[in-house]
Design a binder for this molecule. Sequence first.
Ligand code: SF4
Ligand code: SF4
Length: 480
Amino acid sequence: MRNSTYQNSRFLHLFDRNGQDRVFCIFHSLTQRKLYGGKILRDIYKSFASPSEIGAVKEELSAAYPVAILERIISDLTTHDMITPDTQADLNTYLNFFHTGANLYEIRHTYFIPVSDCNLRCRYCFVEDENKDLLPTGKMTSDTAKKALEVFAKLTAGQREKISLTFYGGEPLLNKPVLCNSMRYVRELERDGRFEKPVEMSLLTNGVLMDDAVVSCIVETGTMVSVSIDGPKALHDAARKDIAQTGSFEHAVKGFAMLREAGVKPGVSCTLNQYNIHAIEQVVDFIIEELQPPGMGFNILLPTMGSGNPLDVEPEYAAAQLIRAFKRLREKGIYEDRVMRRVLPFTEPFFHFKDCMGVGGQIVIAPDGSIGPCQAFLGNADYFPINVDELHSNFAGIDSDTIYQYPLFEEWRYRFPLNMVKCADCVAISICGGGCPYASMVNHGSIWEIDERICHQAKAIQEWMIWDAYENMPGEEKAA
Ligand code: SF4
Ligand code: SF4
């Protein structure tokens, strides 16, 4: 080892388990390399909090710890740039990750919105926003739908990643002809080779309007379905009401059952809100016992355009309840997407650059054929600057890059934690993805601000995973 000064990487963090056994974890937030051990780790970490000579640190700590162990740990930390002689290693690591994230933007997903209106008036939904007048209530025409799908196929040409399409709303089943024809047309475009690879299609529905014709189209086209159900009847109906203010539970569950009977295996989309968050165990038990989905996802409330959300939940509490629910679902082998999309980057590990494909990879196609990065801005023309007709009329000349010639998409593409000043030193930067730019805009007036809902969640999940991984390690691997 060179006899120069070394210092903790800027991205090195110390976790303290604070239990009787006083375990510590040194963790590099970019590479996600981690080391568990006793107080020796804490003392080494503290010693290199400012530039220090390795020999001097060893000498100082040798009064408390065997030199051979000190040498082994310090050598490990220097080898992996967890303590470094200068800032160059940090800069190189950061830039490598940054460039990968910035180049992750080729179009590969669309939210396809056959209709923006909804048959329900859920108390937390942006369709119920006071500024709802902004929302166009029109339905997509068959002509627009066909052109839109052809354009999407063209934009995804050459895509190496999975191509996916989500039918979304409003409630997509309010425009059943276009919904079903579009599902079939996607498969036709695949057969013609206009989609170069299979498209993973999914439908997000409240289930209420499900009928035999839609079910058979779903089966025929292999579309995955997720039904919005917020828990047992009383908890679901508290927020999810129809226009006459009647709870939608029975109809939603009936739609869910129709799908199951047809062999579809629908997932569940459950929105955490003031009514069901306190009863999370009841919600989870209901989902496990009554619905038995192969997978599910919890949604965190989006703020409405006016201000906040009437059913908002305090972010720290929501994060704690989410982890609790996840543990129970994990025991039962049910995949929960919201937590898993942070767990997988940690366990594999890989860098989860972007939590929302609105910041690279996604177009939202509105019923009138306008195209934007985010469905929550539906009705706001500033956020839907492109039109399907315009792209279709220049069909041969368009590709994924065409989308990023529009300044809005170009700006959004770069909105990810590695490019956000407030995120650079965050311990959860590699699993967070930066949350939702729409929420940042609505709450703080800029997409470049933090989305606190996801921020609290990512940090809480990061800390939980550090110790969950430790608890599940074989005994002999635990000590550094
Ligand atoms: S910005 Fe937010 S609301 Fe819009 S698509 Fe992304 S996550 Fe969804
Ligand atoms: S949004 Fe919050 S948790 Fe996510 S990277 Fe930024 S500071 Fe960290």
